[in-house]
Write a protein that binds this ligand. Structure first.
Ligand code: URA
Ligand code: SF4
Length: 285
């Protein structure tokens, strides 16, 4: 496979080799690596490869660098079935997915982002206008509010895994339909299995239905329910709380309970197995 990401990787290796041969010092090497950029013309993204070997992406229209992995470095021909995939492979499969009609209207699929060992996972509904443009979840107004809510309990966005029940934007932000939710479910199932969070927060009705079909969000929001080895906490969707001022304080209040729920879940969740493959994945993702 030859592509510009491989060429860029080779340029980075060449700088490292100059350091290894004593031609330049380590400080000079790291400074050079931090300045190297790859412009992805297809999407307008900018990429960099840190001295530690982690890829970062700045999406067009965004100011922030996010740890990401260039999908062109994964050969789609090598993908196993979804239940065998790692997180990167899920992202690659989602990127090319045509399992439901939502693929027709998307600019970019939005697999989700965050650390592979996150203790909390947030599951929203589906990408909106900005998410579809950037290929990242919760980057519009709802995302900004979500970040504020996280800061309010001492968390950063980078600490949590954020994704959606459908990975492609429904036209005009309409509700996802049953067949679309069903078609997309396998990806989310695998993400939950791999990340194995202590606490899952569902944002809005559609992700709540995944665990509590037919439940009423006004009745069960903010109540943690044990499902297997973790707690599921349904909450109002931040976008709904922005539109319905009466829900805003309820969402803030529900967020305040999260640190306690994490502690409670830690008491009964299994310590994560120190398995080599997940450790590798953590480094790479
Ligand atoms: N709303 C969602 O449900 N998900 C997003 O990613 C953005 C807005
Ligand atoms: Fe595939 Fe999910 Fe996108 Fe539908 S919404 S095309 S199932 S990734």
């Amino acid at each position: 496979m030859s592509n510009k990401f491989i060429e860029f990787q080779n340029q980075v290796e060449a700088v490292k080799a100059r350091c290894a041969s004593g031609e330049i010092g380590e400080a000079e090497r790291d400074a050079a690596l931090r300045q190297m950029r790859l412009q992805d013309e297809a999407w307008g993204d900018v990429w960099m490869l840190s001295p530690k070997g982690d890829w970062f992406r700045k999406a067009k229209g965004s100011d922030s660098w996010v740890r990401d992995y260039p999908l062109p470095l994964i050969d789609p021909a090598t993908l196993p079935t979804v239940p065998q995939m790692n997180l990167r492979q899920v992202a690659r499969a989602v990127h090319d997915c045509a399992r439901c009609p939502l693929h027709q209207g998307r600019a970019r699929a939005v697999p989700g982002e965050g650390p592979a060992n996150a203790e909390i996972m947030f599951i929203g509904e589906g990408p909106g206008f900005n998410e579809d443009k950037q290929g990242r979840p919760f980057v519009g107004a709802a995302g900004q509010f979500l970040e504020e809510l996280l800061h309010g309990i001492g968390f950063k966005r980078e600490d949590v895994f954020i994704t959606n029940v459908v990975k492609c934007r429904p036209p005009n932000n309409r509700d996802p339909e049953a067949d679309e939710l069903a078609a997309c479910k396998g990806y989310l199932d695998r993400q939950v299995e791999l990340i194995d969070p202590k606490v899952i927060v569902t944002l809005g009705r559609f992700s709540m239905y995944r665990y509590f079909p037919g439940a009423s969000i006004t009745k069960i929001h903010g109540q943690a329910q044990r499902v297997g080895q973790r707690l599921i906490v349904p909450m109002f969707h931040p976008a709904a709380a922005l539109h319905q001022p009466k829900w805003r304080p309820l969402l803030i209040e529900d967020f305040q309970k999260l640190p306690q729920f994490i502690k409670e879940a830690a008491a009964f969740s299994q310590p994560k197995e120190a398995d080599v493959s997940s450790a590798t994945q953590l480094n790479l993702f």
